[in-house]
Design a protein. Structure first.
Length: 299
């Protein structure tokens, strides 16, 4: 299927790793490829990359997907965990005939990028990790969050409530953006988030992704890449918004210190959703980093 979207030049529905995956593309087919991986919960490719993708497409072959149980990538059976998400990334590259690509992830998408780069360094040319998930042995409210993931029906009830509560979706999005409802493109972002809430309810999906829920143990995180980062051999840029309440500075500093050759950047005034808060700065960082890391291969 080929249709048009407001954020990308083209969209196609594929079957990857045994399930439906919606692929968005922009830019010249002969340009260096960049694969964008969005965050969790109500995030989709169209939401997280609505400003970033068109700008990057001026210089790169931009690919983005709705990860399983997001946007057009439905329905999926069984747990959508880290191994499955990595299989989706590698399966997509195989299907498109792409030997290596840069990865740009946000939150959960960064966690997927880290795992893919660790396990398949030959397929990843570089990784830009925005507000990366999967760092740290413990999280705030660790036990409470774990209990919520084990409470029957709670997360599906939350999804149903969000689908029936456009004001709650709007307020949540505004509260997580530094300029609130004054953020450029805010109304479109609310529309996309509300549509995603309704889709999750229609498919009876829990509010938290499996990737999030399965990462939590009662007293420690089951997904923590920090002990493995010394093996990360691809060029990395770690980016955090200075006002991000979810990815704290000590966690990011520890990741940078553990990763060979890592670079880091802070976005002053940005929160967790930096691609909506400061898309121009994100684009500049991504473009500069990927251009710079590609130079040695061109000599």
């Amino acid at each position: 299927m080929t249709t048009a979207t407001t954020n990308f030049d083209d969209v196609r529905d594929l079957t990857v790793a045994g399930g439906p995956v919606r692929l968005y593309t922009s830019g010249r087919p002969d340009a260096p490829p960049v694969l964008l991986l969005h965050g969790a919960m109500l995030d989709t490719a169209e939401l997280d990359w609505m400003h970033v993708a068109p700008a990057l497409a001026e210089h790169f072959r931009v690919l983005a997907i709705d990860l399983p149980r997001h946007g057009g990538s439905r329905p999926w059976r069984g747990p959508v965990d880290q191994p499955l998400l990595q299989r989706v990334v590698i399966g997509l590259l195989d299907q498109l005939g792409i030997e290596r690509t840069a990865l740009v992830g946000l939150s959960m998408g960064s966690g997927v990028s880290i795992g893919t780069a660790l396990d398949h360094p030959d397929r990843v040319s570089a990784a830009v990790l925005l507000a990366p998930g999967g760092l740290g042995a413990r999280r705030p409210a660790q036990l409470v969050t774990w209990l919520s993931t084990r409470t029957p029906g709670l997360l599906r009830a939350t999804t149903a409530w969000l689908a029936r509560s456009p004001r709650a979706v709007r307020r949540s999005l505004a509260d997580n953006l530094q300029h609130g409802a004054d953020t450029p493109g805010f109304e479109r972002a609310v529309e996309l988030a509300q549509r995603e809430a309704e889709q999750k309810a229609r498919h009876r999906e829990p509010a938290l992704d499996d990737w999030q829920a399965l990462s939590f143990g009662p007293f420690a995180m089951r997904t923590d890449f920090l002990p493995e980062l010394h093996r990360l051999s691809v060029p990395t840029l770690w980016v955090r918004g200075s006002e991000d309440p979810l990815v704290l500075r000590p966690e990011l500093d520890a990741a940078v210190a553990a990763t060979p050759g890592a670079r880091t950047a802070v976005l002053p005034g940005a929160g967790h959703l930096s691609t909506l808060d400061q898309p121009d700065r994100v684009v500049a960082l991504v473009r500069e980093f990927l251009t710079d890391t590609a130079r040695p291969a061109e000599r």
